[in-house]
Design a protein around this ligand. Structure first.
Ligand SMILES: [Zn+2]
Length: 417
């Protein structure tokens, strides 16, 4: 079997032939060159308008990098024709293996982008002997293709989330589709202002926004404002994940303050190594943490009281009827307001202020699986953490779309990855 016949099988071209395969340098044998020629009588296609046009002249030979074979670099070698197009004038022809001035063939770019979902960009560059920039540009190309060809129809449920992506309070706003049958990252924006989220709704468009049925978000004011304005008809849900996240932060605050106080007063440091005991659900604790927790519970500490309030609050989510859930919520808030734990009181106040949106959760239960936002949030964190070299916003945006956007890809005769 010859290299030429394999190529005709995995990457056939109607108007071009694989003429010959040869070593670029027969002494070193590190690179294979595939010489390509146009089929006889085939008229070139104008890259300006995509129509066939009469030939004009031929440019010098160019090399286009193809998918490597057995750790041997492979290049297509071809002298581009120019056409004299009646519509566009003198233009370079269009070839099926590559677009524009690119030095990498389309197949090679999709190959690198495909691997970039499994390895870091640096890892891909090292594995296939190419540069980080080439991997970056390949992923960029895959993402812009995918965004251009994806469908945004029939989206009924979305979740809005924020993550910190750099030290110093830099945030990203993320919008996910969380319909029961389809979960993906829809949109990423810099910052978490009202303007940020407005940009998402502009991208989605009026017509599609009007079809949204459920929107999950946290209590961040700018988001609430925009949602009320742009999708007032949808059921707006303050989701469980974000509420419990806030509660954990409050407990952390109580614990840190109390630990500092105890140390200053010269007490035994009973709160040492207690952070995760108080933040995790009891069923997720390790044996050691369980022992530590039961020891802690013996003390009448502020941290312990905050912890018990949080654990009690978990019962809210088990209610089926919004009416009963509302009663429980009110009762919990009253109790918490008497607790003299300022961070917890703050939470109670904001839960009271958003009572209606919280109870919407019981309406959405079943229609949207609200655990999804948490799952996607974890994946986002994993992706951004794993990837060193993501200093710029552009790079982080591309990698998140690439990994979580469920973007479409063109159809290939053969998938090389
Ligand atoms: Zn043309």
């Amino acid at each position: 079997m010859q290299l030429k016949s394999i190529l005709n099988c995995v990457e056939p071209y109607k108007s071009f032939v694989y003429k010959k395969a040869q070593w670029a340098d027969p002494r070193t044998k590190t690179t294979i060159e595939i010489l390509i020629e146009p089929r006889a009588n085939g008229r070139p296609i104008c890259s300006g308008c995509g129509q066939r046009a009469p030939g004009y002249d031929r440019l010098a030979e160019r090399r286009f990098e193809f998918v490597p074979l057995w750790q041997i670099a492979v290049f297509f070698v071809y002298a581009m024709r120019r056409v004299e197009c009646p519509r566009c004038g003198v233009k370079v022809e269009e070839v099926p293996w590559c677009d524009g001035k690119n030095q990498l063939t389309g197949s090679y770019r999709w190959f690198l982008a495909g691997w970039a979902k499994r390895l870091s960009w640096k890892g891909v560059a090292e594995a296939f002997g190419t540069t980080w920039q080439n991997v970056f540009r390949s992923v960029q190309h895959a993402v812009s293709w995918g965004l251009a060809y994806r469908s945004l129809e029939n989206i009924e449920a979305i979740g809005i989330d924020e993550v910190q992506w750099q030290k110093g309070h830099k945030y990203l706003t993320l919008v996910y589709q969380i319909d029961a049958g389809r979960k993906r990252l829809l949109w990423i924006g810099r910052d978490r202002t009202a303007k940020t989220l407005l940009r998402f709704f502009r991208m989605l468009g009026k017509e599609r926004s009007s079809k949204l049925k459920f929107i999950c978000s946290d209590m961040w004011k700018p988001y609430l404002k925009v949602i009320a304005k742009k999708a007032a008809h949808a059921v707006h849900v303050l989701d469980r994940f974000h509420i419990m996240q806030k509660m954990s932060k409050a407990i952390d605050e109580v614990r840190a303050g109390e630990a500092r106080q105890m140390k200053a007063d010269g007490y035994e440091e009973v709160l040492k190594h207690s952070r995760w005991c108080l933040l995790k659900r009891p069923e997720n604790l390790t044996d050691k943490q369980t022992v530590k927790l039961s020891e802690l519970l013996k003390y009448n500490l502020r941290s312990v009281r905050a912890y018990l309030l949080k654990e009690d609050f978990q019962r809210l989510w088990e209610y089926v009827r919004p009416g009963w859930a509302g009663k429980f919520l009110d009762e919990w808030c009253t109790r918490t307001m008497r607790s003299r734990l300022e961070p917890m009181k703050k939470i109670a106040r904001s839960l009271r202020a958003h009572r209606e949106l919280i109870l919407n959760w019981f309406q959405a239960k079943g229609a949207v699986s609200t655990g999804i936002v948490e799952g996607l949030n974890n994946k986002v964190k994993l992706t951004t953490r794993k990837s060193y070299g993501f200093r710029t916003y552009e790079a982080i945006e591309i990698t998140l779309y690439h990994n979580l956007g469920a973007l479409p890809e063109p159809e290939f005769t053969h998938r090389f990855w």
